[in-house]
Structures are given as structure tokens and as C-alpha cells.
Write a protein that binds this ligand. Structure first.
Ligand code: NAD
Ligand code: UD1
Length: 336
């Protein structure tokens, strides 16, 4: 697994081990801390093999893939901050694309033919009808981060097209939130959080004074944006299901939305977090954030039909688990 020390990867390691898989992690710790490894090990009750290097290093990637047989790779590694990608496009294209090229080359050379890729609902772009369906085209993202996802989807399709021993699952995540129910692993953004849930959690714990709600005049029931928030535990389970289905699949490219199919507004998230934490979340409605869409949510039926997977956890579960993580780890993971 690449990016296994990150937010979604760390939760997915636990699910995979519980399902009987042997997991090896590569992570550069560009956006995560080594302290997560011990937390994962406590939860799985054993050691986790972790290789700390950057996947854009072709030699190291090649060396690892040559060192033991891998049945499959789940590729989470990537940079993911939309605003930062606008400021640093080259770094985003380089990291996200080169790491994928390096990984896919090494996989093909060493006979590993199953790849599960972390794509995003952002590939649907601003014009796709709601709810988003996997068969929508053309994929058009509106920022460099999103364009790396669109490009990588195309690259992986093209490779699977010419290589009959290579199969790929493109998983389009909606808005992953929440944490492991133990409260020992969770989302640990560096600096000021860009995303709603971590910001709300930091307001609740007293690290930030109040939330700025970006726009109160959208054409939605309460005027704030609506998103399809999905518990990271449900998302992790979706990866295990996708891996199993891909291995058995006669088709070489499969695409699945991983979402709940239910939109929730910013004000509804605030109310749910207040219930979960028992604390008020002070907020102020400010101007819209550039690039935001009024509403996005998944048509989750293909994953339900083909994977037998569906999200099970409610927005109250997501906030309760995010709060447990945040209140037990107000400053996130320790540095050392
Ligand atoms: P994350 O930043 O917590 O985890 C990504 C991990 O990859 C980090 O630990 C980072 O150190 C590592 N990494 C980055 N570049 C690397 C490289 N070149 N070599 C080795 N390791 C590298 O992010 P996450 O939220 O867990 O997201 C995982 C994946 O899912 C990403 O590809 C992201 O774009 C995608 N995704 C995330 C969301 C979300 O909201 N969290 C939504 C849609 C898609
Ligand atoms: C953002 C990214 C998207 C990425 C997704 C993954 C942008 C423009 N889009 O989407 O590419 O795939 O994260 O998680 O960054 N909000 C506030 N105040 C805040 C933060 C957010 O009101 O401080 C609102 C936003 O306007 C939005 C909602 O909360 O309506 C959710 O925001 P966020 O968590 O950033 O997710 P997305 O906007 O869906």
C-alpha cells in the first residue's frame, strides 16, 4: 500500500489486516507522521512493515517491488490540498503523476497486476448532473489537484487497455470524514485545515475561535453547500470489497463511487458536531469560496450492486468518532 501512513490509508490497513491480508506500506511521510505507525500496530496487534521513501524515486520503488511478490497495490500516496495545488502546480503534477508512473512500471515489471487507485469526486467537474454516476463523461477537473486525478485515471485505463495482466479499480471518494472508533487514529491536517470537518473539530476543541461558513446564499434548503460525507471506516471497508471484486473481475478497468448517496449541508454538519461534542460551534457566514459547487453527492448504487458494499454510518457517527479522535489528540499525532 502506498500512502499507508496517511488518513485513509491508516484506516484501510486495519481493515485489510482484519480481512486476512498481509500489508506492506510505503510512505514518504510528506503529509503524515511516523507516530501513526505505532498506533496502527496497537490496533492490529502486531508489527506493520513500513518503508519510508518517496515513490517518485524509481530505483527504490523498483527495488521494493522486486524484493517480494505483491498480489496487489492500493495507491493512496499523493498530495491532496486543492489551494496548494493552485499555488504549486508543478509539485502536484510531479508528485502525483511521477509516483504513479514509477509504481505502475515497477508493478508491471515484477508481475503485480492489480491496482486500486484513490480517485475523487472532483473528477466529475462542475457540469455533471446529480447524483454523480460513474458513466459520466467527460471528466473535467477545475484545479491542478483534480487534474492529476483525471490524468491518472486516463493513464491507468490506457495501461490496462494494452496489458491484459493489469487490472485497475478507480475509486472515486466523496468527502471522507470521521476516525477509527478507538479515537487513536484520525485525520491530522498540518496547519490550518482546508476541509470542513477538521476545522469544526478544532473549533470544538478550542484550537480555533470560530468557523467561517463559505456562503449562505446557495440554492439549497438552508443556503449552505451540501456534500456527501462518508465515514472513513466505511471507505476503508469499500477498499477491501473493491480489491476482492477486482481480483475476480473479467473486466480490466472498474470504476466505483464510494459515497453514501446522501447530501448534508454545512449547517447540518455543525449541528451534528454540536450534538456529538456537547459543545457550541461558533460560526459566521462569509462569502463563497472560489471553486465550490452548491451540491455534490454520489449515486452509490453501482458499488452496492457490484461490490455488495454500502456505507453504514450516519453523520452523527462520523462526528462522534471525529470528536473522540480530536478530544483525545487535540494537537494530532506527536512529532516523535
Ligand atoms: P493523506 O495526505 O493523509 O495521505 C497520503 C499519504 O501519502 C501521506 O501519508 C503522504 O505522506 C503520502 N505521500 C504523498 N506523496 C507521496 C510519495 N510521492 N511517495 C510516498 N508517499 C507519499 O491523504 P488521504 O486523505 O489519506 O488521501 C489518500 C488519497 O485519497 C490521496 O490520493 C487523495 O488525493 C485521495 N482523496 C482524498 C480525499 C480526502 O478528502 N481525504 C478525497 C478524495 C480523494
Ligand atoms: C474539497 C476539495 C475537493 C476535494 C474534497 C475532498 C475544494 C474547492 N475542493 O471539497 O477537490 O476532493 O475537498 O475532501 O477545496 N467549508 C466551510 N468552511 C470551511 C471549510 C469548508 O464552510 O472552513 C464548506 C465548503 O464551502 C464546502 C463544505 O464545507 O461547502 C465542505 O468543504 P470541504 O471539506 O473543503 O470539501 P469540498 O468542498 O467538498
Amino acid at each position: 500500500m502506498s500512502g499507508g501512513a496517511g488518513y485513509i490509508g491508516s484506516h484501510t490497513v486495519i481493515r485489510l489486516v482484519a480481512a486476512g491480508h498481509d500489508v506492506v506500506v510505503v510512505d514518504s511521510f510528506a503529509n503524515s507522521k511516523p507516530a501513526v505507525v505505532g498506533r496502527i500496530e496497537s490496533l492490529i496487534g502486531g508489527e506493520l512493515e513500513v518503508h519510508a521513501f518517496d515513490l517518485t524515486d524509481k530505483d527504490k520503488t523498483e527495488h521494493l517491488l522486486a524484493s517480494m511478490p505483491f498480489d496487489a497495490v492500493i495507491h493512496f500516496a499523493g498530495l491532496k490540498a486543492v489551494g496548494e495545488s493552485v499555488e504549486q502546480p508543478l509539485e502536484y503534477y510531479e508528485n502525483n503523476l511521477e509516483s504513479t508512473f514509477s509504481l505502475v512500471r515497477a508493478m508491471r515489471r515484477h508481475g503485480c497486476g492489480l491496482l486500486v487507485f484513490s480517485s475523487s469526486a472532483t473528477v466529475y467537474g462542475p457540469d455533471a448532473p446529480l447524483p454523480y454516476r460513474e458513466d459520466y463523461e467527460p471528466l473535467v477537473a477545475t484545479n491542478p489537484y483534480g487534474r492529476t486525478k483525471v490524468m491518472i485515471e486516463h493513464v491507468l485505463r490506457d495501461v490496462a487497455h494494452i496489458d491484459e495482466s493489469f487490472k485497475v479499480a478507480l475509486l472515486r471518494y466523496f468527502n471522507p470524514v470521521g476516525a477509527h472508533p478507538s479515537g487513536t487514529i484520525g485525520e491530522d491536517p498540518q496547519g490550518i485545515p482546508n476541509n470542513l470537518l477538521p476545522f469544526v473539530a478544532q473549533v470544538a476543541v478550542g484550537r480555533r475561535e470560530k468557523l467561517a461558513v463559505f456562503g449562505g446564499d446557495y440554492p439549497t434548503a438552508d443556503g449552505t453547500c451540501e456534500r456527501d460525507y462518508i465515514h472513513v471506516e466505511d471507505l476503508a471497508a469499500g477498499h477491501v470489497a473493491a480489491l476482492t471484486a477486482l481480483a475476480a473481475s473479467p473486466e480490466r478497468v472498474r470504476t466505483w463511487n464510494l459515497g453514501t448517496g446522501t447530501p448534508t449541508s454545512v449547517l447540518e454538519v455543525i449541528a451534528a458536531f454540536e450534538r456529538a461534542s456537547g459543545r457550541p460551534i461558533p460560526y459566521e457566514i462569509v462569502g463563497r469560496r472560489a471553486g465550490d459547487l452548491a451540491q455534490t453527492w454520489a449515486d452509490a448504487s453501482r458499488a452496492a450492486d457490484e461490490l455488495g458494499w454500502r456505507a453504514t454510518k450516519s453523520i452523527d457517527d462520523m462526528c462522534a468518532d471525529a470528536w473522540r479522535w480530536q478530544s483525545q489528540n487535540p494537537l494530532g499525532y506527536p512529532d516523535a
